[in-house]
Design a protein around this ligand. Structure first.
Ligand code: SAH
Length: 392
């Protein structure tokens, strides 16, 4: 058996762990035994000595990210079995070896039993992003297991954790295979993926189903895609014969990727207009004749303290967008701020509609797709929400 450091919780702070919530906050700890360091594997006990869980210790406000509720006997076996289960779910969802979509999320952190770990699959290249030192320390083992699971379908494993975990002191690196660039298919559309210098792991895979929904409404329409990044929504709209697509982002790298993707899919570039601009400014100045506007901003709030300002920013942004829709137009509006829960987001959008005084119907309530599952015990895992509104 192993001899892991132990954390003993205050008697009134054990309920969440017993209900399988995967986080222990530092304030719940009564005392510690053994030497603790960021990333260490630790055991969690109640104050009568009953074993509760095992996880990775962290020095932030989340003191433990739990990955098992039984004593640990074989870490490697446990991680291989969790990764295999995650893979089997994506198989069940139809993503593995799919002919028209070959990028998907393989591991979605807490929901797949790997708190602090993201693994995205890009047509043969797995991009790992660890958000905890404990998971980072398992990266080589994870790369080895990815190879066991995927065999010759795996060309490379790129670890992109350093940019979120250490910034200055460590570098992102290939754990397996040679440095390479990527191209994927999503619903038959082609996209170049730049995991090394792009945002997140390279692509916003979580918007796949919402892009497909846009394509159902796009034909013949004039569409504004704001915060467009690499042009996911724009490509689907052009594929579905939109009359005109205007794409806006403030990042030059995003604009470069988006132009590449529009070219790759052989669309008539005359139908696509590109603007490198701040969306708030753009929306104040642009024409008010769009059939559809897509609003997919970055997270406005990273913590609870910033939530109020974020809600106000969503209201302002949605108000500006509603003003640019012709009567009968559609607004696709999203929020990826985890702390802005659906009730708050819907409230902000409703307040925007009230300000504009236009009849407004909700056509679709949107959320993250099944390859970004949410553990029922960890509602904090829900971050993406959206609405499609018809504005009269
Ligand atoms: N809709 C995209 C993902 C959006 S990510 C997709 O489907 O892939 C958010 C994007 O907003 C990033 O590309 C970022 O560069 C851009 N951005 C952030 N703040 C902005 C602002 N004020 N004006 C314009 N773009 C902004």
């Amino acid at each position: 058996m192993f001899d892991f450091p132990r954390l003993i919780l205050h008697s009134r702070k054990t309920d969440a762990v017993r209900r399988f919530h995967p986080w222990v906050f530092s304030g719940a700890i009564k005392k510690t035994e053994g030497e603790l360091r960021d990333g260490a594997i630790v055991e969690v006990y109640d104050d009568s000595g009953e074993f509760l869980a095992v996880g990775h210790y962290g020095t932030g406000s989340i003191a433990v990210k739990i990955f098992a509720y039984q004593p640990l006997t074989d870490l490697e076996q446990l991680f291989l079995s969790k990764l295999t289960t995650a893979y089997q779910l994506r198989q069940q969802l139809g993503f593995v070896d799919c002919s028209h979509t070959n990028c998907y999320r393989l591991v979605n952190a807490e929901a797949d039993g790997f708190p602090g770990l993201i693994i995205d699959w890009y047509n043969g290249v797995a991009v790992i992003q660890a958000h905890s030192v404990g998971m980072y320390e398992q990266r080589k083992l994870l790369a080895q297991f990815l190879q066991e699971i995927y065999g010759s379908r795996l060309k490379a494993v790129y670890d992109k954790s350093a940019s979120v975990l250490f910034k200055q002191t460590a570098a992102n690196e290939y754990l397996l295979g040679e440095p390479c660039t990527g191209e994927v298919l999503e619903s038959g559309n082609r996209f170049v993926i730049d995991w090394e210098t792009g945002q997140k792991t390279g692509f916003f895979i979580d918007q796949r189903e919402h892009r497909a929904l846009l394509s159902r409404y796009a034909s013949g329409n004039k569409i504004l895609n704001t915060f467009c990044y690499s042009g996911g929504f724009s490509v689907y709209a052009l594929q579905a014969n939109a009359r005109q697509v205007d794409s806006v982002d403030s990042s030059s790298k995003a604009i470069e990727l988006m132009k590449e993707n529009v070219k790759l899919n052989d669309f008539d570039e005359a139908n696509h207009h590109v603007f490198m601009a701040d969306v708030f400014t753009f929306l104040k100045d642009c024409d008010a004749d769009y059939d559809i506007v897509v609003l997919d901003p970055p997270a406005f709030a990273k913590n609870l303290a910033a939530r109020h300002h974020a809600v106000m920013a969503y209201k302002r942004l949605n108000q500006l967008a509603i003003a640019k829709l012709r009567p009968g137009g559609l607004l696709f509006t999203f929020s990826c701020s985890q702390v802005v829960v659906p009730e708050y987001f819907n409230g902000a959008v409703m307040a925007a509609a009230i300000e504009m005084g236009r009849p407004t119907q909700i056509l679709h309530h949107l959320t993250q797709p099944a390859d970004h599952p949410v553990s029922i015990y960890h509602p904090e895992g829900l971050y993406l929400k959206g609405l499609v509104l018809k504005v009269g």
